[in-house]
Design a protein around this ligand. Structure first.
Ligand SMILES: *Cc1c(COP(=O)(O)O)cnc(C)c1O
Length: 430
């Protein structure tokens, strides 16, 4: 039985998919708040021109420039789609399980897919430096990697509470040549105002975003990059689902259920959107399930306009949100702790196309499921990806009970080699 389908480099998709023109209803556009200066007017100062253009593009297919295709190949794309035969056997399920291997990413996550795109365009638009924030550290590492490959400088503002203990990931960013600042830092006006009061301030994603934006705005040679939520990020990530669609053809199978973890929505969207197209345009039937944490179940919250950041620098986006000031208890799967879900996925959820499940905050259930996967398949998932696995196993066990042989596809958004501490502490490893 076939266990893996990989594509040759020449078979890698040459275009990304943009779902905007195919949505059953127009996507509610970003909006300015009633008070204060216009955030919309400030966007061109903040984001790459090409990305801003893609955000509202009405083209279904967006060409991946040749030079960027080479960067994807350099990063190891295309990535395999595996049939989880060992896991199926252990679960004694009639379901067929398949997983996409984003864990082969050189920095550990799917975020490289948009990082190389953004750095490629930044280079083309004449910038010399990129700035960003990072929480768990996966996005900062991906951007540091991409900047290094295309020859840009990179400045990362990293939430101090995480910066202080993830030494390996910090060293990796330094090896890649990035400047890494614990945030709040003395480097920006906003950061300094907090740093001077308390040099041990733990920081937050909102503060780090404000620092990254301030830094980029003050330097005409620098531009700020975002790693999730926005339409252009989801577009870049469709490379995952487009590859998977070709791979399913070669397996001569097609998913009944598609699952991935969801924080801001970039890996989930990248994986499922090309298949959502099949549902919308070709009458296919697929269940799409987003696996979340109880500490940040944004898809179960309200659908309304809200800021994308704590500091209220961004425009308002129509999304499922817990509120931009929501407090979220720390978990190991730190990348899933975000208050809102990407507007495209929020609209699809609103229209009934996306289901969601939220797992308990202590993460034992999820990590136990990940352990089952690790022992059967041998790959170490990122803590976030463990949520995809938990949900896929849940669905496979339901198939066992019902005696149904469904095809279940899940995305493994990253590897966990730099997150052993999470597994150790939650599972009590010696
Ligand atoms: C950042 C991250 C996530 C969550 O972000 P999304 O934008 O929802 O994909 C999931 N998995 C990994 C490995 C991550 O680094």
């Amino acid at each position: 039985m076939r266990r893996q389908v990989n594509l040759r480099v020449e078979e890698m998709p040459r275009r990304w998919y943009n779902i905007l023109p195919d949505l059953p209803e127009p996507l509610p556009p970003p909006r300015d708040p009633e008070e204060g200066e216009s955030r919309l007017a400030a966007l061109p100062e903040m984001l790459l021109a090409e990305c801003l253009k893609q955000d509202s593009s009405t083209q279904n297919w967006i060409d991946i420039p040749d030079g960027l295709g080479e960067l994807y190949a350099q990063a190891g794309r295309p990535r395999p789609l595996f049939r989880a035969l060992n896991l199926e056997k252990r679960l004694d399920t009639p379901a067929r399980l398949y997983y996409k291997a984003e864990f082969y990413s050189p920095t550990g996550s799917h975020k490289v897919n948009t990082a190389v795109a953004q750095c490629y365009y930044a280079r083309q638009e004449g910038y010399e430096r990129v700035t960003t924030e990072t929480g768990a550290g996966q996005w900062g590492t991906a951007l540091a990697y991409a900047a290094s490959l295309v020859g840009l400088k990179c400045t990362v503002y990293w939430v101090r509470a995480v910066y202080d203990w993830k030494h390996d990931r910090r060293n990796f960013m330094h090896l890649l040549g990035a400047e890494v600042n614990a945030s709040p830092s003395p480097k920006t006006d906003f950061g300094r105002s907090l740093y001077e009061k308390d040099p041990n301030h733990p920081g937050s994603l909102g503060i780090a975003i404000s620092e990254g934006l301030e830094d980029a705005r003050r330097d005409p040679k620098a531009v700020y990059c975002l790693g999730s939520v926005l339409n252009h990020v989801l577009i870049h990530q469709t490379i995952i689902g487009l590859e998977a669609r070709k791979q399913f053809e070669m397996f001569d199978d097609y998913p009944d259920v598609m699952i991935s973890c969801l924080g801001g929505g970039s890996n989930f969207g990248g994986f499922v959107l090309p298949f959502v197209r099949d549902v919308l345009k070709e009458g296919k039937k697929i269940r799409f399930i987003a696996a979340q944490s109880e500490v940040a179940p944004n898809l179960q919250a309200e659908y309304r306009y809200n800021f994308a950041d704590h500091a209220e620098i961004t425009p308002l986006l129509k999304m499922y949100t817990l509120g931009h000031k929501a407090e979220m208890k720390p978990i190991r799967a730190d990348g899933l702790r975000y208050h809102g879900c990407a507007p495209i996925l929020s609209l699809l959820r609103h229209l009934g196309y996306i289901e969601t499940v939220a797992y308990p905050a202590d993460e034992r259930y999820v990590f136990e499921r990940a352990r089952t996967f690790i022992q059967a398949e041998g790959y170490l998932p990122a803590p976030e990806s463990a949520y995809s696995i938990a949900c896929a196993i849940d669905e496979a066990l339901k198939c066992r009970e019902a005696g149904e042989s469904k095809t279940i596809a899940f995305n493994i958004s990253g590897h966990g080699f730099m997150d052993m501490q999470g597994y150790r502490e939650v599972l009590g490893l010696p």
